[in-house]
Design a protein. Structure first.
Lengths: 282, 481
C-alpha cells in the first residue's frame, strides 16, 4: 500500500470510526432535553377557573420530563376551600416527582399560603404579605320558606343549619392547620398560639417565624428549584403559555360595583381560605 | 486494531450525549415522602350537651313584671330572647315593654326588673338617675350587650369602617354600679365551643345566678369587669381579649354589681336558638329569669300608685267619715282606677289587720286610727291646728291631707287623713289620678294640699266662738328635699 493510499485509508478510518459516530452522537445528544424550570403564576384569587388553570399547568409539568422543577409565583389572597384543596392535592402528585418552590411576590395569603406549604421552599420579599392562616365563612340565613318555591326539606334551600356551618368551618380549619404543620415540619419558630391566629405577616417576619424560608425573589426561587432538581444551564418557562394560554376566560371572583370598583369580597357566599384586606381596593 | 476503532467510535458516539447530559444534569433529585393531611380523620366539633337535665316542673313562681327596654335603639329581635321571655312567663312573670321615655319612671314603679339588650342610643342623665334609684331600692337591672351588634360607619376621608358598639351606650349607665363593658370580644384558640370566639366559662361567682352551672358558653362576648362587684363568668387562662390578645383575670363574660341588683353580660346570643340549649346555658337563662323576677323593690310612696302586693285591696272608712253621695262617687272612682291595675276593691267595716288596705279617716281622735297615729308617731293635740308629722314638722291641718304608707309582710296599708270629708274626697281623687301631684313626698308619708284651708277654711274651724280670726301659724315646716 502506497503512502498516499495509507493516508487516504487513515482519513477514511477516522471519518468512519470517529467523525461519523461523533456526528451521530451529537444528533443523539440533541435529543437530551434542556432542563426547564416551569413557573406557574397565580395573580388572582383561587376559584374554579384559576384553580383549573393551575391544575392544567401542574399536569403539564408532571407529564413533561424536561420540566425538572416548578416554581409557584404567588400574588393571591387565597380563595375557595374546595378549589384550594384541589390544587393542593394535585401539587402533592407533582412534588412526589419534582421539586416545587414558592416565590411570594405580592401576597400568599390564606389559601395561597395553604398551597405554599406544599412546596419544598418558600421565598418571600421583605414586604410580601404571608400567612393569614384560617378559614372564613358566610353563614346561611336562618331557614325560612317562600310562597312560590317548594323544597323537600328545611335545608334544601339553605344548605345547612347555621350552627352546622360554623362547625364545618372548624373542620376545614383543622385540615389547613394540619397542612401547615406537615408542610413546615421542624421549620416553625413559633407555636400555634401565634401561627394560627390568622395574622398576616410581612416577609421578614414570616421568615423569622419560619412560615417562609428566606427573603428572595422569583429568580431566587427558580435557582433554588434548579438546585433541588440538580440541573444547570436550564431555562425557565411560564407554564401558562405552554399549557393553558388561550383556553378560556375567567369570570370575576370579587364583587365589582357598577362604577368599576372591585371590592375585596367574593361574589358568592361560601367558605373561603381568603384574606380580605381591611380597605376596599380599586 | 479494529477493536480500538470500535472503542473510539463508541466514545465518539457517547461523548456528546454525556457532555450534554453533564452540561444540564448534575445528579438525580431524590424526592422525599410528601405528607399531607388525613382529611378523613377530621370532624366537625359537636355541640356541647347539658351537664344536667333541667327540672322544668320545679321552677319557682313569682308575680313580678319585667320591663324590657325598646327605646334605646335596641339591636335585637324578640325571637332572639324567646328563651328568657319563656322562662319568665313559666315562672308566673309578665314582660312589659318600655316604649316611651317619659313613662320610664312610672313603669319602673311596678316592675321587678328592667332589661336592656344591646342599646345603640345612650341613656340620658335623667334615665340613669331613674334606673339607679330603681336598683338602689331593690329593683333588678339586667344589661345585655353583644360583640356582634354595632352601628357601622365609614370614615369620610379614608373610607375605613368605624364601629360604634353598644358598650358606648350602656357604660355611662353601668358606671353608676361599678361595672364596665369593654369594646372588645373574648376568644379562646385552645378550648372553645366550635369557634374561637365562642368561649366557655367554668368559673362562677358565688351567686344565685350561678346555681347549678358547671359550664356555659357565650357566643361572641365583650369582656366585662367590675372592680367593686363580682365577675359572674370567668373563662380559662387561654381566654384572651381582642383588645390586647392577653388574658385578664379581672375580666369575664358577665359581672354583678356589689349590691347584687345589677347584672351585665357581654353577650346575648346565648339566649337564642340553638345556643340556649348548649352547655348549661338553659340553666343560666332560668337563673336569669329567677333573678329578674325576684327583684323586690322596697315599696314606698314613691311607687305610687303601685303600692299593693296582692290582687285585692280592702277599703275602710273610719267612723267619723260618712258615706255621702260625693264620698261614694269618689270611692267608685277609686274602685275603677284600681281595677285598671287589676286590683279588686273590697269595702270593709272594720280595720283590716291583714292584706293590702286603704284606710280613710279624719284628724279628729278616733280609736280606729289610733294605732296608725301611734305607729307613724304623729302628734295631734286636741284643739291644735297643726299636726306634727315626723320628717315634715308641724303641718297645718286645714286644707292639708296626710298619706301614710306602711309596708309589711302581711300587706301594705295606705292611710289617708284629712280635716274634712270634702278634702278626703279631694285626696281620694288625687289617688285616682295616679299621680301624687301637689304633695310633699317622703318614703312613707306625704302631705297633700287640697288648696282649701287655713284662713280660708270652714267657718266652724277657722274662727273661734268669739268670731275673732284664728291667728296664723308662725311657720309651716316643710321638708327641703
Amino acid at each position: 500500500m502506497s503512502a498516499a493510499e495509507l493516508k487516504w485509508e487513515n482519513i477514511r478510518n477516522s471519518l468512519l470510526w470517529i467523525a461519523l459516530p461523533l456526528i451521530i452522537g451529537i444528533l443523539i445528544a440533541a435529543s437530551v432535553p434542556k432542563p426547564v424550570i416551569g413557573v406557574i403564576h397565580l395573580n388572582d384569587a383561587i376559584y374554579s377557573y384559576t384553580a383549573q388553570d393551575m391544575i392544567t399547568q401542574i399536569h403539564y409539568a408532571i407529564d413533561h420530563p424536561e420540566i425538572r422543577a416548578v416554581v409557584l409565583a404567588f400574588d393571591s389572597p387565597g380563595g375557595t376551600v374546595v378549589d384550594t384543596e384541589a390544587v393542593y392535592m394535585e401539587l402533592t402528585r407533582l412534588r412526589e416527582k419534582k421539586p416545587v418552590v414558592t416565590a411570594v411576590n405580592g401576597m400568599a395569603a390564606s389559601g395561597a399560603y395553604y398551597l405554599s406549604v406544599n412546596t419544598d421552599y418558600i421565598y418571600a420579599k421583605p414586604t410580601s404579605l404571608v400567612g393569614n392562616i384560617g378559614v372564613i365563612g358566610y353563614l346561611p340565613p336562618a331557614p325560612f320558606i317562600f310562597e312560590d318555591i317548594i323544597s323537600t326539606g328545611p335545608y334544601k334551600l339553605w344548605g345547612a343549619p347555621r350552627d352546622s356551618d360554623m362547625r364545618q368551618i372548624e373542620m376545614v380549619k383543622q385540615g389547613f392547620f394540619e397542612a401547615v404543620r406537615l408542610g413546615r415540619d421542624g421549620k416553625l419558630n413559633a407555636g400555634p398560639e401565634v401561627i394560627f391566629t390568622g395574622q398576616i405577616w410581612a416577609g421578614t417576619d414570616a421568615v423569622r417565624l419560619g412560615i417562609a424560608d428566606e427573603i428572595g425573589t422569583e429568580t431566587n426561587a427558580i435557582e433554588k428549584a434548579a438546585s433541588l432538581a440538580k440541573v444547570a444551564n436550564y431555562e425557565a418557562k411560564d407554564l401558562y403559555q405552554l399549557s393553558v394560554y388561550g383556553s378560556g376566560s375567567a369570570y370575576p371572583f370579587f364583587i365589582q360595583s357598577p362604577d368599576g370598583m372591585i371590592m375585596p369580597y367574593p361574589n358568592e357566599a361560601g367558605t373561603y381560605l381568603l384574606y380580605i384586606p381591611p380597605l376596599p381596593v380599586k | 486494531m479494529k477493536k480500538n476503532f470500535i472503542f473510539i467510535a463508541l466514545a465518539a458516539l457517547i461523548l456528546p450525549v454525556v457532555l450534554r447530559g453533564l452540561w444540564f444534569y448534575r445528579g438525580f433529585a431524590q424526592r422525599p415522602v410528601i405528607s399531607t393531611p388525613d382529611y378523613v380523620s377530621f370532624s366537625a366539633p359537636s355541640a356541647p350537651v347539658k351537664s344536667a337535665p333541667l327540672n322544668v316542673e320545679d321552677v319557682k313562681q313569682y308575680s313580678g313584671v319585667v320591663l324590657m327596654d325598646t327605646i334605646h335603639g335596641n339591636q335585637f329581635s324578640m325571637s332572639e330572647v324567646d328563651s328568657l321571655v319563656s322562662d319568665i312567663k313559666q315562672r308566673g312573670g309578665r314582660v312589659d315593654f318600655s316604649s316611651d321615655p317619659t313613662l320610664l319612671e312610672y313603669q319602673l314603679k311596678y316592675a321587678s326588673s328592667y332589661i336592656t339588650l344591646s342599646p345603640s342610643l345612650p341613656y340620658s342623665v335623667n334615665e340613669i338617675r331613674i334606673l339607679k334609684n330603681f336598683a338602689d331600692r331593690g329593683g333588678r337591672l339586667l344589661v345585655f350587650t353583644d360583640a356582634t351588634r354595632y352601628s357601622l360607619y365609614f370614615d369620610y376621608v379614608s373610607g375605613n369602617p368605624i364601629t360604634y358598639g353598644d358598650v358606648n351606650a350602656v357604660n355611662p349607665l353601668l358606671a353608676s354600679f361599678g361595672i364596665s363593658i369593654n369594646n372588645d370580644y373574648l376568644y379562646n384558640l385552645e378550648k372553645n365551643e366550635g369557634n374561637f370566639r365562642n368561649v366557655f366559662f367554668d368559673e362562677f361567682a358565688k351567686s344565685e345566678l350561678a346555681f347549678g352551672l358547671k359550664e356555659v358558653a357565650l357566643y361572641g362576648t365583650h369582656s366585662v369587669e367590675s372592680p367593686s362587684g363580682l365577675i359572674l363568668l370567668r373563662g380559662a387562662e387561654s381566654t384572651f381579649s381582642s383588645a390586647n390578645d392577653a388574658n385578664d383575670p379581672a375580666q369575664g363574660g358577665a359581672a354583678i354589681s356589689a349590691d347584687g341588683n345589677v347584672i351585665a353580660f357581654g353577650d346575648f346570643t346565648f339566649l337564642s336558638s340553638p345556643y340556649e340549649n348548649y352547655s348549661d346555658n338553659a340553666a343560666l337563662i332560668g337563673n336569669l329569669a329567677d333573678f329578674a323576677l325576684s327583684g323586690k323593690q322596697k315599696i314606698t310612696l314613691n311607687n305610687f300608685p303601685f303600692l299593693y302586693s296582692g290582687k285585692t285591696v280592702q277599703v275602710y272608712l273610719s267612723s267619723d267619715l260618712s258615706k255621702t253621695a260625693e264620698m261614694v262617687a269618689a270611692l267608685g272612682r277609686l274602685q275603677a282606677a284600681l281595677q285598671t291595675m287589676n286590683v279588686t276593691v273590697e269595702f270593709v267595716d272594720s280595720v283590716p289587720n291583714n292584706g293590702d288596705a286603704i284606710i280613710l279617716g279624719l284628724y279628729t281622735p278616733n280609736e280606729d286610727l289610733a294605732p296608725f297615729i301611734k305607729k307613724f308617731d304623729l302628734t295631734l293635740e286636741d284643739g291644735s291646728e297643726f299636726i306634727t308629722v315626723p320628717g315634715f314638722g308641724d303641718i297645718g291641718i286645714y286644707g292639708n291631707s296626710i298619706l301614710l304608707f306602711n309596708a309589711t309582710n302581711k300587706g301594705n296599708q295606705l292611710v289617708l287623713l284629712s280635716d274634712s270629708i270634702e278634702n278626703t274626697i279631694l285626696l281620694v281623687d288625687t289617688l285616682n289620678s295616679g299621680y301624687l301631684t301637689g304633695c310633699l313626698l317622703q318614703d312613707n308619708a306625704a302631705v297633700c294640699s287640697s288648696g282649701y284651708g287655713g284662713t280660708y277654711g270652714s267657718d266652724t274651724t277657722s274662727t273661734d266662738a268669739s268670731g275673732e280670726a284664728t291667728p296664723l301659724p308662725e311657720e309651716t315646716v316643710t321638708p327641703s328635699g
